[in-house]
Design a protein around this ligand. Structure first.
Ligand code: PIT
Length: 389
């Protein structure tokens, strides 16, 4: 670390900004926040690349700037507690001046999981397993240190050179002693847990704890598999009501090709009562992550032989399949093209290619709108009304 957190309340020296520019050469912008910017930068001595989050304390009013300084110091404190895990962003250096704070992180060249998902629309079960296992392992590390992240979402999951996960943005993270609860409303609407919303609605709400991160993991996993979030509604009030009631479904056509294990894990994350929700250790032991281990657990010669035959048969079928296009029911394709998997893939890919730039970060609202292939109810009613006149 370039600088330790000062114990007293005085603002640190102005030379710290010079310290950052003496050590690093800032390059292009990787991302922007309200009063911060993330730039790629190069260590002048070693030539190694990093990402520097430059927080502009002067961008806000005097009081706000003091608050921002305090909040950033708290974030640094948490970042130092969770450092040293392969799936959590590594804080490399800190420089504080009275106008700016520079946080230097390891570089994640592949950017946000959010942008990756937008480019591929949906992830296969296998890729979802790979990504979700890493997210849960990162969350396990955080929770084991009694820290709750409170803002897990695909925008806060970065991907490194090997497409491995790095959990970032600990701006809302808090340390929680055993049994302690939080009461403030923070996070991102589509990912908020019911118990967090309850704190904002009822005076006597019991508060919330680490379980909110497991809820957010359920929302992320659902979104990775089918491309749109579980509780989405274009009216935010209805979306929040859906969250409170845990109202979502696996009924859309995209789910018909997805197996039972991932659905079961999502169901266990999206349990309204936080006490009955799966915890991170249990999630890592879920069959979704342990399918291979289950098969390997006991050697059974007969089963092995049957499996070998099935494999050979499947291989022959797959080889033939290459030359045989999937049968297409023209009537079904005309009536409801979105139900046909091959057409659905083409439709989604085209929609994302044309309208992908609409997908804004934050609530997943625009992303879900791209999947809305039903007529809006009001418009539909208006249309019926006009016809009846
Ligand atoms: C990038 C690329 C990269 C790192 C980051 C962003 C870091 C972001 C970050 C932001 C936080 C935080 C931790 C990490 O607490 O390599 O685009 O607010």
């Amino acid at each position: 670390m370039a600088k330790d957190e000062p114990d007293d309340d005085t603002l640190p020296d102005k030379d710290a900004a010079k310290g950052f520019y003496a050590k690093y050469e800032p390059k292009e912008v990787l991302g922007r926040g309200i009063s911060s910017v993330v730039r790629r930068c190069i260590d002048k001595e070693t030539g190694k690349e990093y990402a520097a989050k430059i927080i502009d304390l002067g961008a806000s009013e005097h009081n706000d700037s003091r608050q921002m300084l305090e909040a950033t110091r708290q974030e640094i404190n948490i970042l130092r507690q969770v450092m040293g895990h392969p799936y959590i962003i590594e804080l490399q250096d800190v420089f504080e001046s009275d106008a700016f704070i520079f946080l230097v992180f390891e570089l994640c060249r592949h950017g946000e999981l959010f942008d990756y998902l937008t480019s591929v629309v949906t992830l296969s079960e296998k890729k979802t397993r790979y990504i979700m296992r890493q997210i849960f392992e990162g969350v396990d590390y955080i929770h084991a240190r009694n820290i709750v992240h409170r803002d897990l979402k695909p925008e806060n999951i970065l991907l490194d050179d090997s497409l491995n996960v790095k959990i970032t943005d600990f701006g809302f993270a808090r340390h929680l002693n055993d049994g302690a609860k939080l009461y403030d409303l923070c996070g991102t609407p589509g990912y908020l847990a019911p118990e967090t919303l309850k704190c904002n609605m009822f005076e006597d709400a019991p508060g919330y704890s680490k379980e909110v991160d497991m809820w957010a993991c359920g929302v992320i996993m659902f979104t990775l598999l089918v491309g749109c979030p579980p509780f989405w509604h274009r009216k935010q009030m209805i979306m929040l009501r859906n969250i409170m009631e845990g109202k979502y479904s696996f009924m859309s056509p995209e789910w018909s090709d997805i197996s039972e294990d991932p659905k079961d894990l999502i169901r266990k994350c999206l349990v309204v009562d936080p006490e009955k929700r799966i915890n991170v250790r249990e999630a890592l032991k879920h069959p979704f992550f342990n399918t291979v281990m289950r098969r390997q657990s006991q050697f059974n010669a007969k089963k092995k032989f049957q499996f070998a035959i099935l494999t050979v048969r499947a291989m022959i079928r797959i080889q033939r399949l290459r030359y045989t296009p999937e049968p297409l029911d023209i009537e079904e394709a005309l009536r409801d093209p979105y139900r046909v998997k091959v057409l659905r893939k083409v439709i989604d890919a085209c929609a994302f290619r044309v309208y992908g730039h609409w997908v804004k970060k934050g609530e997943g609202q625009n992303r879900a709108a791209l999947f809305e292939n039903q007529p809006k109810v009001e418009l539909h009613n208006l249309y019926i009304h006009q016809l009846q006149k």
